[in-house]
Design a protein around this ligand. Structure first.
Ligand code: SF4
Length: 286
């Protein structure tokens, strides 16, 4: 059997794209390396889900770069160097952007995901397709083989209305799965009908906060201490269960790496001290 070289693969892909563009022949590009990459949940969540026998997967885009509604949390890691840059009104730094700053391989993956999506969206736009078949097909064929719950965006957000519409379609086509997102792209959600298995948690602290009250969406609020959450009457979600399965508002305790000298950084130090103290007391009484 003759060996297929990279050059031949590249040529085949280019021809396929051209045919696809010209004749809208098919939505499926049969190249495995053109699939979106999905990830695993963190260890804590994984343990909990194992107990519940749920398979959870995650999907991520470049944090900050794909977040048109971000304000209080806006931070971006440079694609090449990983250097973090906060936004003009950043109050607390985006956890996902800090992760990208530390990991070149994560940056590579999230930017690749974005490029593939942009390519598919462009094809849909150019062809004037209303229902985004290229983008829907790209997501659908990239979905992990086995999963029950998918967190859409650990980092990143719905960067275009068309892109949100594509996920709406994917969720509709997979009614036995749960797709959940935190989002600040609320201006897109306001115009799009969502199936029940695409669960939204509106993330407060963005450009479109007024829509949260207007639509009465479930919301998440970042707090600086357990006391603050208590005063607000909110439970703290430590493992995403409120986001994926709950219907009530909840709080998220500040975490990640925060800008030096900021209020968020001081709050984070206080939380870490309190945890250390509690652990010491536990050891002493054990
Ligand atoms: S919207 Fe989410 S991903 Fe985007 S910058 Fe804010 S916290 Fe990060």
């Amino acid at each position: 059997m003759k060996k297929i070289t990279n050059k031949k693969l590249r040529t085949a892909r280019a021809v396929w794209r051209q045919l696809d563009k010209t004749y809208n022949l098919c939505y499926i590009v049969p190249m495995n390396e053109n699939l979106l990459r999905f990830g695993e949940p963190n260890a804590k969540l994984k343990k909990l889900l194992r107990v519940k026998s749920i398979i959870l997967k995650t999907f991520t885009l470049p944090a900050g770069w794909t977040c048109p509604g971000a304000k209080d949390c806006l931070s971006r890691a440079n694609r090449q160097t990983g250097k973090i840059k906060d936004g003009p009104e950043t109050v607390f730094r985006c956890f996902a952007a800090s992760g990208e700053a530390r990991s070149p391989s994560l940056r590579k993956m999230v930017w690749r995901n974005l490029e593939l999506l942009k390519e598919a969206l462009k094809l849909d736009e150019e062809a004037g397709f209303e229902n985004n078949p290229h983008t829907v097909a790209l997501i659908q064929r990239s979905l992990p083989e086995k999963f029950d719950v998918l967190r859409v965006h650990v980092g990143g957000d719905y960067f275009k209305k068309r892109y949100l519409q594509a996920w709406v379609e994917v969720a509709t086509n997979n009614p036995d799965k749960i797709f959940y997102s935190y989002s600040k792209s609320l201006h897109f959600f306001a115009d799009v009908a969502r199936p029940a298995n695409l669960v939204l948690t509106a993330s407060r602290g963005g450009e479109y906060d007024e829509l949260i009250d207007f639509h009465g969406w479930k919301e998440a609020l970042v707090v600086y201490s357990e006391d603050e959450a208590k005063k607000l009457g909110l439970e703290i979600d430590h493992d995403d269960t409120h986001a994926a399965f709950g219907s009530a508002n909840f709080a998220l305790l500040i975490h990640g790496t925060q800008p030096k000298g900021s209020k968020a950084s001081a709050a984070l130090s206080a939380i870490k001290k309190a945890i250390k103290k509690a652990n010491k007391q536990q050891l002493a009484t054990a």
